[in-house]
Design a protein around this ligand. Structure first.
Ligand code: NAP
Length: 360
């Protein structure tokens, strides 16, 4: 392991492009180096946070007063498994390269997750999902460095407590594990095409029986049209993707929301008595349309759920903007929007506390 560097600015390592320096910054290229960096942080009594692709993180303007571990592990290791493949991918591999590899080899299971920024290691944390697939459907195991036990371990899928956009890595064991690699089981087969956006695109392109390649192309095209594929030339993509998760509310509250705007919201069942309502719809109905905002921070002109840095934004401007969105949705609909990104360096920040824990 190389000695940690001091004062490295973190903005450049995030897709939103805001945030100050890390007191210390180290990069690990193997699980053993993760262990060494963790030991260094302990010896020097520095708190440690992990940075993967930086696509789902908001770093404070004052930076992080501790050690930032950058994940540099690379490699994919396929192993035939019956008709299909067990695919182990290192945490630092770009996620979309793994999806592209699977699709090119005729393997189904993650094609709808095309174009999602970030690295493999970030995907189990929030059980990344899109268009009817989520990584929990194909994950077999996750290799982690357990900071509590100071040991490398393999967790099975059932050890991970996967739920809708959630896992133990995000909830009861947040900060405990550093994800080193992830193994997926993929099978040859037809793509999953259940969401209306994809169906519409494929119908318009005369693909009534789509292949995996067709599905990947459709997902990429739909995501691009929403500014959800990174493009350095397009500031609509300078974001953390969706800023808020889609809230799950009681069924009777869906009716109440509808009464307040004389229009029933789109809603999808997620379990007995509970429905998922698109956060984007709530924002639009609360008066935040695409392109909202006049300053350096604004909503994407392509998707109301992406808070973007139009150039020169600060983290505190992003937070203030998000607080305004959350407050107005809470006042209008009694729904508490929960932010999706991880906040780094915001200890004791009341606005961030409200964003994470505030109630409607
Ligand atoms: P969208 O496709 O416009 O969908 C909006 C909402 O409607 C989402 O809550 C979606 O559920 C739901 N929905 C639409 N069709 C559905 C169906 N046939 N069955 C069940 N639920 C349905 O959303 P978007 O904002 O443009 O995002 C596109 C996709 O990327 C969505 O699947 C979204 O969840 C996903 N995404 C995931 C992450 C993440 O994993 N962190 C971040 C950003 C976006 P779902 O949310 O269950 O899909």
């Amino acid at each position: 392991m190389r000695s940690p560097e001091s004062g490295v600015r973190l903005a450049a390592f995030t897709t939103l492009g805001v945030g100050g320096p890390a007191k210390w910054c180290a990069r690990a290229e193997s699980a053993d180096e993760v262990r060494e960096v963790d030991a260094w942080a302990r010896q020097h009594a520095e708190p440690m946070v992990v940075l993967g692709g930086g696509s789902n993180v908001l770093v404070a303007d004052r930076g992080f007063d501790g050690l930032v571990l950058r994940i540099g592990m690379r490699g994919i290791w396929p192993a035939p498994d019956g008709d299909g493949m067990l695919l182990r991918a290192a945490a630092g591999e770009p996620w979309d390269a793994v999806v592209a590899w699977a699709v090119a080899h005729g393997l189904a299971g993650i094609e709808c997750l095309s174009g999602i920024p970030g690295t493999v290691g970030g995907t189990p944390i929030q059980n990344v999902g899109a268009y009817g697939q989520e990584v929990a459907n194909t994950i077999v195991s996750v290799t982690v460095f357990d900071r509590q036990a100071a040991a490398i371990q393999v967790l099975s899928k059932s050890d991970c407590d996967f739920a809708y956009r959630s896992s133990r890595f995000k909830t009861r064991d947040a900060g405990r594990f550093v994800i080193c690699d992830v193994t997926f089981r993929l099978q040859p087969g037809a793509p999953t095409v259940t969401y209306p956006d994809l169906r519409r695109y494929l119908d318009a392109h005369a693909r009534s029986t789509p292949t995996l390649d067709d599905a990947r192309a459709a997902v990429l095209a739909v995501r691009r049209s929403k500014g959800m594929v990174l493009d350095a030339a397009d500031h609509d993509t300078r974001s953390v993707g969706s800023f808020f998760t889609n809230p799950v509310v009681r069924e009777d509250w869906v009716d109440e929301i509808g009464r307040r705007v004389s229009q029933r919201p789109p809603a999808y069942p997620v379990g007995p008595g509970w429905m998922k309502v698109p956060a984007a719809w709530l924002l639009e109905q609360a008066g935040f349309s695409r392109g909202y905002g006049t300053g350096a921070v604004g909503l994407s002109s392509k998707h109301p759920l992406a808070v973007t840095n139009r150039g020169g934004a600060t983290a505190s401007e992003v937070v203030a903007f998000a607080v305004d969105l959350k407050r107005r949705v809470a006042d209008r609909f009694g729904v508490d929007l929960v932010p999706e990104p991880t906040f780094v360096g915001f200890e004791d920040d009341e606005q961030v506390r409200y964003l994470i824990a505030g109630t409607a």
